[in-house]
Design a protein. Structure first.
Ligand code: TRP
Length: 469
């Protein structure tokens, strides 16, 4: 009712009050649900598809160690900052940053940090859907025994045939998009929360089953050695940058995703503790994925550094050889789709929240409108592998360009904006109160890291990308 009255007043203040009205925006029903949602966002293709293949490409243990350091020293401080901005701003990333800037007496131009994040998430989602679609396509292909006894070459050809078939790719990406939009369309409580409650625990259980299977059937000791015994001679400057970039991607940072989830977080929950738990869970899933995949890779004499095809080309060979492989493999791809879906939801929520709050359109309209734009954009990614494979800009297809632009530029830029805003624009006491770290020493350590360590690390990445270092 307050909602209606304020709207009826028709004033700017009324609209703002509506935006900030927690009841109308919806809140997670508990800290546990926020934890599920944030973990669902963090855990995705990044953990299960990307982490194993970049680890394989970068030599294993030493890379894993650097990646863990990046999560700890850069990822966690930034994650806490994003959640804090969201909860204190109680709006979509654009609105939340603008509000906090105004409170701090700073220029509301800082809101660019918010909307750029939403835009980045939107662009990522358009190609993320396509990769999630590959995983979806592999579900029936694996369950039906399509990979039984397959050779390396034949598996590569099967993957190639999928990429060459725009219709199959479009159908799969569209199904993932439809599922994402359906869930997001039902809103925070109704849609996101209800689905996360069973999606996340289900994912964990499937993951454990697969690790146990890999431990029994694969070369577990060799995988442990590969993942956890660092060989620093394998580590290059480039690997350090890959590790940093991946830390961003895997924790869903720099896109407003964690801000918007933070904006639904009830008061009184410790942001620091919850963020650390989310990072731990995310890391645990990545390591579990490594433990599920590498024993099979080594057990079947496959190449750990095979690249993005590690899962889609080499794993089916392993599934094709092992007893009951079609079921283990089928479940594996189901798991990948689930993980991708909970991430896709978080990639779309910042822009959906922005559309509904900024332009006061209904959630349904926002979902249908952005769904259509996303679908059109995703066609560009689909055609990058077939019809448009030859149309390249600077040697990159549409898909590669989007990936490069978002992962290497827009996400770190969003992260940099967020840390500079939090560390240098917001007042220390405001941040301290909002973040809720009671131990003064701990707060000081986080604050220093956020003001100096994190921005310097991100700037180093940019300088490297520009070829300056
Ligand atoms: N973290 C997810 C993964 O590892 C991907 C993701 C979801 C994401 N939301 C994001 C990446 C926001 C960047 C920004 O697959």
């Amino acid at each position: 009712m307050t909602d209606k009255t304020s709207l009826a007043a028709g004033t700017f203040a009324g609209a703002r009050a509506r935006i900030q009205d927690n009841a109308s925006r919806g809140l997670w029903s508990s800290r546990w649900v926020f934890f599920l949602a944030a973990t669902g966002s963090a855990v995705g293709l990044g953990n299960i598809w990307k982490f194993p293949y970049v680890t394989g490409q970068n030599g294993g243990g030493a890379f894993v160690l650097v990646y863990l350091a990046c999560i700890l020293l850069i990822g966690i401080p930034l994650l806490m900052a994003e959640v804090m901005i969201g909860r204190r701003g109680r709006a979509n990333p654009d609105g939340a940053v603008a509000r906090l800037a105004r409170e701090a007496g700073a220029s509301s131009r800082w809101r660019v940090v918010g909307w750029l994040g939403g835009l980045t998430g939107f662009l990522i989602l358009s190609f993320y859907l396509v990769v999630a679609g590959w995983a979806l396509a592999y579900v029936p292909a694996t369950f039906s025994g399509g990979f039984t006894g397959v050779s390396g070459e034949a598996s590569g050809e099967l993957f190639g045939a999928l990429l060459a078939d725009p219709l199959r790719l479009v159908v799969c990406a569209t199904l993932v998009l439809a599922a994402t939009m359906l869930i997001v369309g039902f809103g925070v409580r109704g849609g996101l929360e209800r689905s996360l409650r069973f999606l996340m625990p289900g994912l964990f259980v499937l993951m454990l089953v697969l690790v146990v299977y890999a431990a029994i059937e694969g070369e577990f000791a060799q995988a442990l050695q590969f993942l956890f015994v660092p060989d620093f001679s394998e580590l290059t400057a480039q690997s350090v940058l890959v590790a940093l970039g991946h830390a961003f991607f895997t924790l869903s940072l720099g896109c407003g995703a964690m801000m918007v989830y933070g904006s639904y977080l009830p008061e009184g929950t410790s942001i620091a503790k919850t963020s650390i738990l989310v990072a731990l869970a995310d890391t645990a899933v990545a390591l579990l994925a490594g433990l599920a995949i590498f024993p099979l890779v080594f057990g079947n004499a496959l190449e750990p550094g095979a690249g993005p095809g590690l899962i889609f080309v080499t794993l089916p060979i392993a599934f094709g050889q092992m007893p009951l492989g079609q079921f283990v493999g089928g479940f594996f791809f189901v798991m990948l789709v689930i993980a991708a879906l909970t991430s896709a939801i978080s990639l779309s929520e910042p822009s959906i929240a922005w559309l509904t709050e900024r332009f006061r359109i209904s959630r349904t309209k926002a979902v249908l409108g952005s769904g259509l734009v996303l679908w059109l954009l995703s066609l560009g990614s689909v055609f990058s592998f077939n019809h448009w494979a030859d149309y390249q800009l600077f040697g990159k297809t549409f898909f590669d360009t989007l990936d490069y632009l978002t992962t290497n530029w827009l996400m770190p830029l969003g992260g940099l904006g967020t840390v500079l805003f939090t560390g240098w624009v917001l007042q220390r006491h405001v941040v301290s109160e909002a973040i809720g770290i009671r131990n003064a020493g701990l707060f000081q350590a986080w604050w220093k890291l956020l003001r100096y360590g994190t921005p310097v690390a991100i700037v180093l990445v940019f300088l490297n990308l520009l070829g300056l270092i």
